[in-house]
Design a protein around this ligand. Sequence first.
Ligand SMILES: Cc1ncc(COP(=O)(O)O)c(C=O)c1O
Length: 453
Amino acid sequence: MRRPVPESVRRAWATEPPPGTGQPASLVLARFAEQIAPYPLGNGHPRFFGWVNSPPAVLGVFAEALAAAMNPSVAGGDHAAYYLEHQVVRWFAGLAGLPVGAGGLLVSGASMATLTALATARHQAMSRAGIDVRASGLQAGGPRLRLYASREAHGCVRKAAELLGIGTDNIREIDVDDRDRIRPGHLAGLLDADSERGDLPVAVIASAGTVNTGAIDPLSDIGAVCAERDVWLHVDAAYGGPPVLLLHEYSGARDALGRADSIAIDPHKWLYIPVDAGLILLREPELARGAFSLIPPYLRTDDESPGSPWFSEYGFEQTRPFRALKIWMAIQHLGLDGYRDLIARDLRLADYLRAAVGSAPDLELLAWGLSVVCFRYRPAGWTGTAGQLDDLNRRLASAVQDAGRAFCAGTAVGGQAALRACIVNPGARPGDLDLLVAEILRHGARLLSRDQR
Ligand SMILES: Cc1ncc(COP(=O)(O)O)c(C=O)c1O
């Protein structure tokens, strides 16, 4: 579990200069064991339920070392890493139900996947409007660009809007229902009104598993709205992708996913792959090539030579790490059925936690979806103000984390401070969740009695 890094260790890191002369590897490793390994984020522990950080799949850990030993750049070329990445991308495109010809590439995570997708969508929308955004940037005039997302969309959508020059003021906020899911009718209205005004819709961003509450947007209806208007649909399946791709219960969402233009999936979340491992899938990868390809003379290849076209033509990175190996090895080791079992177990544990929260008189369930459960401490008979309850829950998240016996994150749901547990942890057992609940109740009561003194 997470332990605070002692002041002495932090000070040493902040002040120590690089050594002039080298040291034996055994000493360097001893320092790792002494000063680094004891202070992890904590996500290898069975009682870590913070954010969406899983422990690493065992073969993924070894794959990292093997990939580093080979140390290729997977920009492109005729070597194993290139072909393995194609295989991994093809597996996921197939699982997502994308048509033959779909493709994509591995990236650092869903933030980069989203940026890649939205840059491609922007390039396509502007090309259709007769503007070459690669040449003229956003300085050629032209219509106002629009993105469409709900307030539940991950922050990387806003960052991408900023970087792509679309601007956050031009993100239309789509209404959500009482379970945080996009209302397709509202989306349709926004798109129609904007088109009538002469604005240029660049993309709609929907989620298969929102980061805060695990909501899955009605992808089929959203897909129909986008298809009728020929607008790019990007699905953020960073967190929820694995259950949607693999589990029977989510086959409806999976069928709809197959109609998206782009899909972001993070194997480093719910497939337990060591960070970093993100994936962008594209229905028509050549559109990304149109947005990104730039082949300097010293790298020139033709499409016919083995190892071409290069991945670096489809995204921003030139030198690219061998990310495919850890995904490939973990999938080879666990198999899709092994993954199905692990993910289904995480989901059952989330149900278990939800039931435990529901039956605890001092806890209030606020929202849940997939393996996320959001709730707050609200002692029975609470008579304080809403602001005091928020303050108590904010301090409670830190108190539980600092005590170091179990870890959940703090968040806000519907404007109320909340605790959030996300279970992407094959090491966890029901007893670990019992202990999390006990810790929350214990620290909640302690903070409350201190406040009342
Ligand atoms: C739903 C969702 N989208 C996007 C992201 C961003 O992913 P990354 O941190 O891998 O860039 C996250 C991260 O938690 C997420 O949960």
